[in-house]
Design a binder for this molecule. Structure first.
Ligand SMILES: Nc1ccn([C@@H]2O[C@H](COP(=O)(O)OP(=O)(O)OC[C@H](O)CO)[C@@H](O)[C@H]2O)c(=O)n1
Length: 435
C-alpha cells in the first residue's frame, strides 16, 4: 500500500520525520501516519480547498492530542503540488473512501467551529545556522553537520519569508557561525550570513548570542555585527512589534566562561560554578553528571543577577500593560523541552521569575539541535527549534510563527516541525509536559 502511494524519497523523508520524533508519547506511529496518508490521497479529500489547515484538524480529531504534524504536512505538500497530486491520484483507494468521507465531515465540523482568523502579526524563525566555509563534519556525539549547506538553507528561508509577504520581522536564535570556522575567516563568515539575512525585505532580523558566536568574535563586535540594541557589553533587550505583545531576548551567556576577558567577574563566577559542579578536566564534557546536572558544561551559561532583576522589572511592566510576553534565549529553559546538557545553568532561577507573573506565554530557544517542546507547571510553552546546521543537503529547517491573541501557530518547513501553542491564562494550571 505504502509504495502504491509514495515515491521512495517521499517515504524516506517520512521515515526521518518519524524517527527524529521518537521518544515522544504524542507522536503518531508509522502505521497511523501511513493509513492517514492513504486517507489523504483519497479523491474525496483531494478536492478539498485547503489541504494543510485541513490535515491539522483531521489529525487532532482523529488521534487525540497530536502535537507533531510534520509527517502530515509533508503529505499535504505532496498532495497540493501538481506533481504530488499526479503521484497520488489514480491509485487504488477504494478501501479508504469511507474513512476519507468521515475525515472530510469531521474537518468541516472543525472548520465551522473555528473559522480561520487573521494573525495579529507573524514573524520568521531560524536557528543554529553555524555556517563555515569548511568541509562537512560531525558533532562530538557523531551527528553530521553540513557547514556550507547551512547558507543554502538560509537562502531558501529568506526567499520563503519574502514570498510569504507578511512577516513583520525574523528572529535567529543564536550560533550564526560555527566555532570550527578558521578565526581569520570569522568576520567574512558573519558578513556572508548577515548579508543573506539582509535580503529579507520585510523588517528587522533580531539576534541573540550563542556559544558558537562567542567562539568566533568578542562580545562587543558581536553586539555590533548582530545589531543587538544594548548599552555596553550586555546582550539582552526587549522589543514590542504590537501593543499586545512584548519580546524579551535573554543573554544565556551573561555568566559564562566564554566571551568575557579572563579577569572579568563573570568569567570568575562561571569557572567557580563549573569547578564546583563539573569534576571533569574537560569542562565541555558532561560525563558522569546525572540528569539536569549535565547542564554544567562550558558550552552553556547563565543569566546574571543584574539581568534577572531587569527581567523581573520588564515582566512586571508588561503585566501592568496587559502585554503577553514571548521570551527568546539561545539556551532552552525547561527540562521537558531539551536534553539536560543543553539547558541554561540557572534555568530554575529564571523560571522562578517568569512564574511570578502570568504574562509569559512562550519561551523559544535553539542550541539543542533536534528540537523539542514542553508546557511547564505554569502553562508556559517551551519550544526548541530544529537546527539548520544538521539539515542534509536539500533539506531545510526554518519557519514562521502566526501570533494570535490566544495562541501561537508555528508553521515549520521540512525538518522544522509545526506546532500550535494555546495560551493558558494564569499560573493556576497543572503541569502537563508533553515529554
Ligand atoms: N561531550 C562534549 C560535547 C561538546 N564538546 C565540545 O564543546 C564544544 C561545543 O560543542 P558543540 O556540540 O559544537 O555545541 P553546539 O552548541 O553546536 O551544540 C550544543 C549541543 O547540542 C548541546 O549538547 C565543541 O568544541 C565540542 O567539541 C566536548 O568537548 N565534549
Amino acid at each position: 500500500m505504502m509504495e502504491s502511494i509514495c515515491s521512495q524519497p517521499y517515504l524516506a523523508q517520512h521515515h526521518s520525520v518519524v524517527n527524529s520524533a521518537a521518544g515522544h508519547k504524542d507522536v503518531i506511529s508509522l502505521p497511523q501516519a501511513l493509513s492517514f496518508t492513504t486517507a489523504l490521497a483519497s479523491p474525496a479529500l483531494r478536492d478539498c480547498p485547503s489541504w494543510v489547515g485541513f490535515s491539522k484538524c483531521i489529525l487532532s480529531l482523529s488521534f487525540g492530542r497530536i502535537s507533531r504534524v510534520g509527517p502530515v504536512r509533508v503529505r499535504c505538500a505532496a498532495a497540493s503540488s501538481p506533481r504530488g497530486r499526479e503521484r497520488l491520484s489514480g491509485k487504488n483507494m477504494a478501501n479508504e473512501e469511507a474513512l476519507a468521507a468521515k475525515l472530510a465531515e469531521m474537518t468541516l465540523m472543525k472548520k465551522e467551529q473555528s473559522p480561520q482568523e487573521k494573525p495579529l502579526f507573524s514573524f520568521g524563525v531560524i536557528t543554529d545556522i553555524q555556517y563555515a566555509d569548511i568541509d562537512d563534519g560531525k558533532s562530538f556525539q557523531g551527528v553530521p553537520r553540513y557547514y556550507r549547506h547551512a547558507s543554502e538553507v538560509l537562502e531558501r528561508a529568506v526567499d520563503a519569508w519574502n514570498k510569504h509577504g507578511n512577516l513583520a520581522f525574523a528572529v535567529h536564535f543564536g550560533d550564526i557561525v560555527d566555532g570550527f570556522c578558521p578565526k581569520e575567516q570569522s568576520k567574512q563568515a558573519f558578513e556572508r550570513i548577515l548579508s543573506e539575512l539582509a535580503n529579507f525585505e520585510r523588517g528587522p532580523v533580531y539576534h541573540m548570542l550563542g556559544n558558537h558566536c562567542l567562539y568566533n568574535l568578542p562580545r562587543q563586535e558581536l553586539n555590533q555585527f548582530l545589531n543587538i540594541p544594548t548599552s555596553g557589553l550586555h546582550s539582552y533587550y526587549s522589543f514590542s512589534p504590537n501593543n499586545e505583545f512584548l519580546f524579551v531576548v535573554l543573554d544565556g551567556y551573561d555568566v559564562s566562561a566564554l566571551g568575557w576577558p579572563a579577569d572579568h567577574p563573570h568569567t570568575a563566577a562561571a569557572m567557580e560554578l563549573l569547578n564546583t559542579r563539573n569534576p571533569n578536566k574537560e569542562k565541555n564534557s558532561p560525563e558522569g553528571l546525572v540528569g539536569v546536572e549535565r547542564r554544567f558544561v562550558k558550552f552553556n551559561g547563565g543569566v546574571g543577577d543584574e539581568q534577572l532583576a531587569w527581567l523581573e522589572n520588564t515582566l512586571r511592566e508588561a503585566q501592568e500593560a496587559q502585554q503577553k510576553v514571548i521570551i527568546c534565549c539561545h539556551l532552552p529553559m525547561d527540562p521537558g523541552a531539551s536534553f539536560p546538557s543543553a539547558l541554561l545553568w540557572n534555568y530554575d532561577a529564571v523560571l522562578a521569575v517568569v512564574h511570578k507573573f502570568n504574562c509569559v506565554v512562550a519561551c523559544f530557544a535553539g542550541h539543542a539541535h533536534e528540537g523539542g517542546h514542553s508546557v511547564d507547571s505554569h502553562g508556559v510553552h517551551h519550544h526548541v527549534l530544529e537546527a539548520v546546521l544538521e539539515c542534509p543537503p536539500g533539506s531545510d529547517a526554518y519557519g514562521y510563527v502566526n501570533v494570535f491573541s490566544d495562541h501561537l501557530s508555528l508553521c515549520g518547513t521540512d525538518r522544522m516541525r509545526s506546532y500550535d501553542m494555546n495560551f493558558q491564562s494564569s499560573g493556576m494550571h497543572p503541569s502537563h509536559s508533553l515529554n
